[in-house]
Design a protein around this ligand. Structure first.
Ligand SMILES: Nc1ncnc2c1ncn2[C@@H]1O[C@H](COP(=O)(O)OP(=O)(O)OP(=O)(O)O)[C@@H](O)[C@H]1O
Length: 549
């Protein structure tokens, strides 16, 4: 449904205003008709009366048309804003994987598809009011001559039949064009995300453009062109039909049917007038066609990105925990096309964290560490097994609450320009962390954001860690934090900062390859081909850390 029930009142108001404007317009036409009649019959005109009525009709048209236009513009903008906000909120509520998968479609939905749907919902009002004008004109025409009206309706039905047939063909072209537009958006994102690499080697950018963007843009424009041309050709055919009808009416049809000249002139005048509203309706049909497709796409997208959605709102925020237990947890990547297609699998994993522990996870590339972390923090819902938090099983519907246990610094972290989502920031604590992370000489914090985030990769990662600890979540999850740090700071980080964070109440889980610091962990695990096992770590023939789950 392009029109939402909650806005019925608004649409009704627009329709009434538009109908009143159309009545003013029709009044003008009616008066002109009467004047033509009087000319032919030679009756004396009551100029004064006609001028008053003419003025009244014009004022009615002007006032109602302006009011309708203004309210429609305001409403469209409000609806657009509301629809976009609803969609953004839905994206924020959705779980991780579907949103990442549907990025390009989400962008198209937020821009083009919402535009199409909102504009079309208002176009429906235009179509409705113009249809009323057309029907009133038909009544006038019928009063003038039923025979001529019959001819006219046959012509109109014929034109509309061709038009709706071509609309079905054009819709297929619009669907294909929109799918190709998603590809265009995807590769524009690719260029923007990898712009650094592209500037170093411009050929990469050109290659993306030549291989994907250019063909996608060409396809979008060719498909839209074909669809629009189908509509345009029919419009021209329809117009030609009406001209032929007017010509034949003037030249022989009127005389052949024995219809009076004044009736013929009046009828032609009405045909010329009715052409405007007919054109409006006909011109809006492609918009409606596109809007129907956009609406379908938005609905499909909503289904896709809410498929694993848990709670609509977060109900509980965990400020602490004692024990987190993973029992027989399994997760398997699946392809979208064929869910039965078996890809990399994690588990079964048994894992136990107690409050205040420092846990390291090591393992080769592609062994499954990041996937495990994603399950641990609730980004991926495990396909089998159970998560027990302080004795209670965490259901999939509670993952939203469960995630409040964690603050993260991912390997490919994103540093937001402000500390979003933190209500009270203690300036003294911030100052302390800036000193601990050796950034106090580089940047300041103004209560909302840092003076700059333009720093080295290692410094940015330290800043991301500050942002994470400021969230005051019970568990800190760090993915290869040491990788970008210089040896001196790395030493301090493992030997001092981890202990400092523990003393502040944090439990820490780290993915790390820094073997020389494995002894800093209470438990060390190794991930191999999706299997997580505790490691007995030896240094100088001494057992330093035993990972026991
Ligand atoms: N979205 C995905 N769909 C299918 N397979 C995936 C997906 N993401 C990762 N994989 C596969 O899962 C396996 C584990 O990947 P993961 O990123 O967890 O490894 P990792 O141990 O963190 O590696 P690295 O140390 O290189 O970061 C890899 O073989 C990878 O190809």
């Amino acid at each position: 449904m392009l029109i939402k029930k909650e806005y019925t009142g608004k649409y009704l108001l627009f329709s009434i205003l538009s109908i009143l404007a159309a009545s003013g317009n029709m009044g003008v036409i009616y008066l002109i008709n009467r004047v033509i009649d009087n000319y032919f019959s030679g009756t004396q005109l009551l100029y004064y009366r006609y001028m008053m009525l003419f003025g009244g009709a014009l004022i009615l048209f002007f006032v109602c048309r302006s009011l309708a236009a203004r309210s429609i513009i305001n409403f469209t903008q409000k609806l657009l804003r509301k629809t976009r906000m609803e969609m953004i909120r839905m994206v924020l509520r959705s779980s991780y994987a579907p949103v990442i998968r549907e990025k390009a479609r989400i962008f198209s939905a937020l821009t083009r598809d919402t535009d199409n749907v909102v504009n079309a919902s208002v176009n429906i009002v235009d179509i409705f009011t113009n249809s009323i004008v057309i029907i009133i004109c038909f009544v006038f025409m019928g009063q003038l001559s039923i025979k001529l009206l019959g001819c006219m309706l046959v012509l109109l039905c014929f034109t509309l039949a061709i038009y709706f047939y071509s609309e079905r063909m054009a819709r297929k072209l619009f669907i294909a064009a929109m799918a190709r537009y998603d590809v265009f958006v995807k590769y524009v994102n690719e260029i923007l995300s990898g712009f650094k690499e592209i500037v170093v080697e411009r050929k990469k950018g050109m290659s993306i453009v030549e291989k994907h963007i250019e063909t996608a843009i060409n396809d979008v424009s060719a498909l839209n062109q074909q669809a629009q041309i189908k509509f345009l050709t029919n419009r021209i055919i329809g117009q030609m039909g009406f001209y032929v009808f007017i010509g034949s009416l003037l030249l022989f049809l009127g005389a052949y049917m024995g219809i009076e000249k004044s009736v013929v002139i009046n009828f032609i005048f009405l045909i010329l007038y009715i052409w405007g509203p007919i054109e409006t309706v006909v011109l809006l049909i492609p918009n409606l066609s596109q809007a129907r497709i956009s609406l379908q796409r938005i609905t499909d997208l909503e289904k896709k990105i809410s498929e694993f959605e848990s709670d609509k709102e977060q109900r509980r925020v965990y400020t602490g925990f004692n024990n987190l237990l993973f029992n027989n947890i399994m997760y398997q990547y699946r392809t979208e096309d064929d869910p039965a297609d078996q890809l990399f699998c994690i588990g079964p994993v048994d894992f136990n964290i107690r409050q205040g522990e420092i846990i390291f996870i090591s393992g080769g590339n592609g062994s499954g560490k990041t996937t495990f972390i994603n399950i641990l923090i609730g980004l991926f819902a495990a396909h089998e097994g159970e998560i027990i938090l302080d004795g209670d099983k965490v259901e999939i519907s509670q993952l939203q609450d469960y995630r409040s246990l964690f603050a993260t610094v991912f390997n490919d972290f994103h540093l937001f320009d402000e500390l979003y989502g933190i209500e009270l920031i203690d300036p003294l604590l911030m100052e302390e962390y800036l000193q601990v992370m050796e950034l106090d000489h580089k940047i300041t914090f103004n209560g909302e954001k840092f003076s700059s985030t333009n720093m080295s990769a290692g410094q940015r990662k330290r800043l991301a860690l500050i942002a994470a600890v400021m969230e005051k979540k019970p568990i800190l999850v760090l993915d290869e934090f040491g990788a970008d740090q210089d040896p001196r700071f790395k030493r301090r980080f493992y030997n001092e900062i981890l202990e400092l964070l523990r003393s502040k109440g944090f439990t820490i889980i780290m993915i790390t390859h820094d073997e020389q610091y494995y002894h800093c962990a209470d438990k060390l695990f190794r991930m191999e081909n999706g299997q997580l096992s505790p490691v007995v770590y030896k240094k100088d023939s001494q057992i330093l850390s035993v990972g026991l789950s």
